[in-house]
Design a protein around this ligand. Structure first.
Ligand code: MF3
Ligand code: CO
Ligand code: CO
Length: 278
């Protein structure tokens, strides 16, 4: 059984009940999401061949400090960085280091700022210089997966509708959906109920209600879906070393659909890809 609880009454830990947030809470998420989006916008000009992911990590930390926000990942379950930087066959949770990015790489940059207690969690893919057509196609497919998942969000639908929309599109494009990681409730907590699977069927999972806030963050592979975590305990890679991509937004369920809290104010939701006519 799923329970829903008014977010103001909920304890600040994951009790398994799904929080329902108020209009004021949505305003808090809008601010946190916008700050994260502005950081991701700035990174579009920073990511290029020769730049290290440590430099990106420092930028994300400083940008947060300058705007009164802390990166949620810093010291989260022992994670030591302000950002995740996942390159090529790294699926997620790549750790910044001193290795320069090189022409042709694709890198996911995943930022979560905590601003006034609200968690703005979002990620985008960044092409490094000129990338191969296969890589570009993976980015296009993955972004489209995210947006199709978001379009499935409305009160009365189940979380499975999001997964079904994503899986159907990804597999029709001969790509695969990673099963080992999922989207999550977000808001006062970084990772909360419910899990948002990026595969499955529309009649599965809890019913979406106005006031729910969660992320959608599909990880899509060019090869097989299987993942392994390296001995550092964090870095997840594709088992077949095929390329993997991910985009993430934080969204809130409204009366008629959803609000995206982490949209780029600069129209840079797909950095390095041609603008979409939607
Ligand atoms: N930002 C990631 C997410 O989308 C979580 C990163 S947790 C970390 O949920 F510890 F790896 F940073
Ligand atoms: Co997330
Ligand atoms: Co994230």
């Amino acid at each position: 059984m799923v329970n829903y609880i008014d977010a103001v009454d909920a304890p600040l830990k994951n009790t398994g009940a799904i929080r329902l947030y108020s209009a004021d809470d949505f305003a808090g998420m809008r601010k946190a999401g916008l700050l994260t989006a502005r950081c991701l916008d700035e990174l579009a000009a920073i990511v290029k061949p020769g730049v290290t992911t440590s430099t990106i990590d420092r930028f994300v930390f400083e940008f947060g400090m300058d705007h009164g926000a802390l990166p949620a990942t810093l010291n989260y379950r022992g994670y030591k960085y302000s950002v995740c930087t996942s390159i090529n066959h790294v699926v997620c949770h790549g750790m910044p280091d001193d290795k320069p990015l090189k022409e042709g790489d694709i890198v996911n940059i995943d930022v979560t700022y905590v601003l006034d207690g609200w968690h703005g969690d979002s990620s985008r893919m960044y092409p490094v210089g000129q990338i191969k057509r296969a890589a570009e196609r993976l980015l296009e497919v993955t972004y489209e997966c995210l947006m199709r998942g978001i379009e499935a969000v409305r009160p009365g639908a189940r979380t499975g509708a999001i997964g079904q929309a994503i899986q159907t599109y990804a597999e029709a494009e001969r790509c695969s959906v990673v099963r080992d990681f999922c989207g999550h409730g977000v808001g006062r907590l970084f990772h909360d109920t419910p899990n948002i699977l990026h595969y499955g069927r529309a009649d599965e999972g809890p019913e979406l209600r106005e006031g729910m806030i969660f992320t959608i963050e599909p990880m899509i592979n060019l090869g097989k879906p299987h993942v392994k975590v390296l001995s550092d305990g964090w870095t997840a890679v594709t088992r077949d070393r095929s390329l993997s991509a991910q985009y993430e937004h934080a969204v809130g369920v409204t009366a008629t659909g959803c609000e995206i809290f982490t949209l780029s104010p600069a129209g840079l939701d797909r950095p390095g890809l041609p603008p979409l006519k939607r």
